[in-house]
Design a binder for this molecule. Sequence first.
Ligand code: CP
Length: 316
Amino acid sequence: MSHLLSVDDLGRDGIDEVLQLTESFVEVSSRAIPRVSALRGKTVVSLFFEDSTRTRLSFEAAAKRLGADTMTFSAGSSSLKKGESIRDTIQTIEAMGVDALVVRHASAGVPAQVARWASSSVINAGDGWHEHPTQALLDCYTIRQRLGSLEGRRIAIVGDVKHSRVARSDVKAFTALGASVTLVAPPTLLPPSLAGWSATASHDLDEVVGKSDVVYLLRMQRERMTEALVPSLREYTAAYGLTPARADRVEAAGAIVMHPGPMNRGVEIAADVADRPNVVVVDQVRNGVPVRMAVLFLLLGSRRDLVEEPGGDDRG
Ligand code: CP
């Protein structure tokens, strides 16, 4: 694999390989000096054309913990502002000698286009409504960590599915690992067709909530909406928000609650529900670093480098 643009690039075996490798990097992350030199000499560039907290910082932490050098490109303070094209920007950055480009863009397909232009490995860090494959990988890892396996699990993905790249990647990854997925949303927040989605749909959260092992909440992505798709946020919350009463039913079923972040407390999740012990949002963020270490290592490293360094790199 030379790029990671979609969960489809991995398939079940590839997902399993990433999750297995993640275990090694969880162990590395628990060391006093959480660093190895498996990617020493490699350079990883974050190319974010859209805002991010979790994905950008965790990719940068992942690259550094593998001993790679990092460079950060911020669109807002770059020569794009002076009219330079993305293609020329990529050519310029690659001329400095880089090995991987981690790309986020508000438009679907930009990382794939960058991969056609670039000679480095390209990782999709979220493109428009299309995909966010490393989010799906860290979500799978978190579910395995909490529930043991995804095989036979029932997962409800709730909220703004229509605009969600996370939902698209998660459905692919969850079903590849044997889970069944129900998309729960009002008709206006579901894709016009579920052709190509391995999932069923429901408009009734109360019917689904007590029967699910995982309730995965999505953010209302107001920046991607071009029209009013719900009557009001208050009505949306009443019908599709994780209220304290619904959260009690989730807890009673022994289920976990997930959210990719950033959360809108008081909209898709009640403010105090977000801090309950079965809400695993912080685990998802924590797992993002070793999962992204695994992805970078699979693209840029060699197993030999990992095996030769059992004690880790304490050279700072
Ligand atoms: N989940 C996620 O992609 O968060 P960021 O937008 O903060 O990277």
